[in-house]
Design a protein around this ligand. Structure first.
Ligand code: PEP
Length: 257
């Protein structure tokens, strides 16, 4: 973390978990243990059918509401899709773009991710742009090139001014939901490379202002070590964000002086 130049952001990603009633119950539990806001911003990305419930339930909790996905068209005949303006109207502040599960199961390409990023920014929200390599790519030594391409693809046509509202989440695919975590050094190195890519595109001043998260089995045990890396400014958290105590422990790790 480097709090002098950028925000620390702890974000939950509930994926396809939690009903509306479970969302209310989670908020009740969180009310008892949520720490005072100190250094880090906190948000949870919830399934789209739970956004309205979460917006109400999280209101007094200092937890912003995020969406897990968006469609990039403004409106029209796109059955089943949800637009950026629809999310914005429900008080959504953050939207995950290009999570590896969407890339893997729903065929999202860098080009689609880029369109989503623009739609989110144009609607005045903050995209959380996910990038990451497979185990195969890591083992063949192409992690750096692959991730630089993903970052460049996602940010194509994004102005420096708008980039300040983007969060990049480095999520090695082999570490998501597997219990395997990248070591702090591995994660720190890739996040440093991501910042170097942004620097090459936008210059040093802009690059140092961008929040870069690590995601991939972050938990109360490994959070402090990962967050101690200078280029890791928070976490995108799946499994541990479903459990109030674990999520709070990670927030506490980010809040440490
Ligand atoms: C994620 O959903 O983005 C994620 C990192 O999941 P987990 O923390 O469960 O690995």
């Amino acid at each position: 973390m480097n709090r002098r130049y950028r925000k620390t952001v702890i974000a939950g990603n509930w994926k396809m978990n939690m009903t509306a009633s479970e969302t209310k119950k989670f908020a009740e539990e969180m009310k008892k243990i949520m720490p005072r806001a100190k250094w880090c911003d906190t948000l949870i990305c919830v399934p789209s059918c739970n956004i309205a419930t979460a917006a109400k339930a999280f209101k007094d909790l200092r937890i912003a509401v995020g969406a897990e996905n968006v469609y990039y068209e403004e409106k029209g005949a796109y059955t089943g899709e949800v637009s950026a303006n629809m999310l914005k109207d429900l008080a959504v502040k953050y939207v995950i773009c290009g999570h590896s599960e969407r890339r893997q199961y729903f065929g999202e390409t860098d080009q689609i991710v880029n369109k989503k990023v623009h739609a989110v920014l144009d609607a005045g929200m903050n995209p959380i742009i996910c990038v990451g390599e497979t185990l195969d790519q890591r083992e063949t030594g192409i992690t750096g090139d692959w991730i630089a391409l993903q970052v460049k693809g996602a940010l194509y046509g994004v102005s420096a001014d708008k980039l300040r509202r983007c969060i990049i989440a480095y999520e090695p695919i082999w570490a998501i939901g597997t219990g395997k975590t990248a070591t702090a050094e591995q994660a720190g190195e890739v996040c440093g490379n991501i910042r170097a890519t942004i620097r090459s595109l936008y210059g040093a001043r802009v690059a140092r202002s961008v929040t870069i998260q690590y995601g991939g089995s972050m938990n109360p045990k490994n959070a402090a070590e990962l967050l101690a890396q200078p280029d890791i400014d928070g976490g995108l958290i799946g499994g541990a964000a479903l459990k109030p105590e674990q999520f709070v422990d990670i927030i506490n790790a980010a809040n440490q002086d």
